[in-house]
Design a protein around this ligand. Sequence first.
Ligand code: ZN
Ligand code: ZN
Length: 687
Amino acid sequence: MKKILILTAGFDDAHHAAARNLRDAVESLDDDARAEIFDLFADGRGTFSTLFHKTCLSLAQYAPILWSGLRAAPDETAAMERSFGGFARMHDPLEKILLETQPDCVVSTSPAYGHLIQKIFRSHRERPFRFVTVVTESLVASPAWFRAPSDFFCVANEIVADSLRVGGVPEGKIKVLGFPVSPEFAWAKNDLPLPAANELRRVLYLVHSGKKKTGKAVDRLLEQSDLHVTVVGGRDAELRAKLLDRFRGEEKRVQILGWTNQLSELLRSHHVVIAKSGLAVHEAIAARCPIIVNHFDTSQEEANSKLVEKSGIGVVVKKNREAVEAVKEAFDHRAEIWNGWRRNLKKISRPDAALRIGELILGEIEKDQPARERMPSFEMEPSRVMRLPSQRNGQHPHPSLLPKGDRNGNGEASSNHPNGMVPANEGTGTGMLLCDFHIHSNYSDGKLSVPEIIDFYGERGFDCICITDHLADPRRLLGKISELANLTLGPDQVAEYFTVIERERQRAWRRYKMLVMTGIEFNKDGYTSKTSAHLLGVDLKSPIDAALDIPETIEQIHAQGGLAIASHPHIMKSEWGKNTLYLWENQEKFAPMIDAWEIANRNNIFNDIGLKRLPFIANSDFHKPKHIYSWKTLIHCQKNPEAIKQCIRRNEHVAITLYRDFAPATTGFNVTLQEQVEKKSTLPIAA
Ligand code: ZN
Ligand code: ZN
């Protein structure tokens, strides 16, 4: 296995995104590669680290003069330490992580780690891994980025490269590969051509939070009769509901989206994007979509907007009115300005940056192979594994920590389950599968994105999950639309929802050997408990019309081979307490159609389901991380969707368990190292 440790300081979007994209890139390039992201400065790990990091980065980015002062000091690291007490305190945790994970390559997306690594390995003959620095600046890299040694410095463009050259970094160490946006940008088809005379020009409007006058800005854009506007409201659900209301009836020219996972698609299918500076600038460059920057806050964002102007790929405006004007001018005179922007974009666009950096990393590891083979083995002694305190408490160590004998025939470690249950080998043997079939993402009212859910459950060793966002029946929403529209999957997002889960399904299998199903929770809410029902469709292949009645919906679910599950069918004593009793009240009618009933939903347990001997499952109804501590389903069968569904339908080999997990106390290559480092004596349980 090639082990890549990605060190980030995720205090802004760009650092976080760069780290995630690099992880996805190396893992998609090489099945044998595992990348882990680690953030020593993550929030909640002690205020000093956050403070230190903010000081360090803000100095790095915003005050080059101060940094050059530091550079003059005889020993820069010592100076950094003196300036920001606490730097030294990061030394030991990082050293511990490096020792325990023994990575083949360390990648840093923050200037801080290079200095720490230099300090850790100062007295050593050589550091035992390759080290690649990914400079996330857009214009100028302050000396903090390159004063500490690194095998390579990957930079976004020639402008940043120049600042390294001026700073004395040898040419051979500088790699101009682009900013690592998502590898999805690399799958670009042809660039979107200018529309024909009778077609609309497509404007993408990414609204940033706190922007009040969005409606008015869209109005102004629509005054130009040749424009179509797509508004992405982000996580501001209230705004999205307002906009939906405001532009009802104008669907031909305005599309209102909420939060989206498909930015690369959107950027490639629009002629120009209006957005706040920041990560969006890098993404627009990758998608070759001219950009009108309408806002920037931090100096980092200011640098991004300067990049737009310097490279001639769009324009920076101060007011919405100017943005509208800029769109008009771009297309005037046979789109002279727009064509210029597009030409310049082609010169600097590197949509495959993450993959190219990934290749560099993997190439370095391969080159280094003979040296690494002399290093002590990563595998821990079985005796040490046996002594892991967490196992006594039902915690399962990451597969890479299991002694070889615990691995299945494929050489893969199978996930271990709490209470020493025998895990299933994928596809073939049978075993106890830990399942959760009721999970909400931020496509509806959940807190985590789909990829975050995959990692959250994958890291906990789950075998099968189903993501089930709310889809509301439009006929039942009359009068409540603005309240509910943003808490449920928008009709225009259902297709995207299926696409994104499908993509993540493949990643979940590759990375965690976890099955992921697409589902929907059909909200059929009436005015009373007895007229309200929530129905889960589990393992769906394609969207189902939200306006169908319950028997029709069940029929459609079954036609796709899915399961129809009655969700929280009985009286709940929960915090949000609105009961949905319609299916239970009409069980003579529905029991023959329904595949299983939730006998437990999060902390509620419905004895009556058991007494009636109805087929049952138990689910989290997961909306946020603390909901993991709740009832789950255990199924003893082969790890494949058909076998699992068959067990549920027949109500055979199904059990429920109250899930408890503990903070990882071991260092696998895949467990959250932060937790172990910070909490030396472990076992905290969330409330
Ligand atoms: Zn529900
Ligand atoms: Zn739910």
